[in-house]
Design a protein around this ligand. Structure first.
Ligand code: HEM
Length: 218
């Protein structure tokens, strides 16, 4: 079967993806040390590194929002019910019987219906919850240095709870994500594509479908 290479992930998209992954992992590692789950850097250092990485993540998010809107990439995340059930069935049943992937990747539609839904929820719910609770946490915890001593410190516990629950959710997402990226055409094809930008399609049918899709959107 001849493999046809297509360019799926643009340079900034890959930079954003990997930087975000590294920052989230680092925030999880330092955050859970702040939480008291283990000791490695020491509490004070962990807080310092966590706050610094949080600022870097905020900067990255600002650039990513700009990129998504100026390039139209945000459309990739518009949810659809088409093939959603088939995609869920594939992950629950088909995948264990070597069934074919129900949806195909193209430069104009990189995400399957389940990915669209999950990534959209990450963008509009999980990440904003982490950012907002993290910022509130910063202001509640360091009232003097941020000049907002009037905020009610009694609420810190609830904010810490939301932030920690969000952290557990994000870590679970990363674990599921790492498993799911191995379910592509080959166990490493998705990983390679996110590194190089190029992905191999299985046969000429798909290449024709890609060309038609590009023409349709031109
Ligand atoms: C822009 C995003 C974020 C900001 C502004 C932020 C900010 C903060 C701050 C200020 C603290 C308290 C540090 C202290 O005790 O002095 C904290 C704690 C923590 N953060 Fe973040 N954070 C962010 C993202 C994340 C992410 C992505 C994760 C994990 C994936 C995470 C996990 C944690 C955990 C587990 C704690 C400890 C909570 C507790 O025990 O109460 N944070 N964060």
């Amino acid at each position: 079967m001849s493999a046809n290479r297509i360019y799926v992930y643009k340079a900034f998209g890959r930079f954003w993806h990997w930087t975000q992954a590294i920052l989230i992992l680092f925030l999880a590692l330092t955050g859970f040390e702040v939480h008291g789950s283990y000791q490695f850097l020491g509490y004070r250092q962990a807080v310092l590194y966590h706050s610094t990485a949080a600022v870097a993540l905020l900067a990255l998010i600002a650039f990513a929002i700009f990129w998504h809107f100026t390039t139209g990439e945000w459309r990739q995340y518009l949810p659809t019910r088409q093939m959603l059930r088939a995609q869920v069935d594939y992950y629950l049943i088909g995948i264990f019987h070597d069934a074919p992937h129900p949806t195909k990747k193209t430069p104009l539609s990189k995400l399957n219906p389940l990915q669209k839904l999950v990534y959209l929820a990450l963008k509009i719910m999980a990440i904003p919850v982490m950012v907002l609770s993290g910022l509130f946490y910063m202001f509640f915890r360091y009232p003097q240095s941020n000049g907002i001593g009037t905020l009610n410190l009694g609420h810190l516990e609830r904010i810490a709870l939301v932030h920690t629950a969000g952290a557990f959710f994000l870590v679970s997402f990363v674990i599921a994500h790492v498993y799911l990226i191995t379910t592509g055409r080959t166990p490493v094809s998705n990983l390679k594509a996110m590194i190089t930008g190029y992905e191999d399609l299985e046969d000429e049918h798909e290449e024709v479908a890609v060309a038609a899709a590009i023409e349709e959107h031109a």
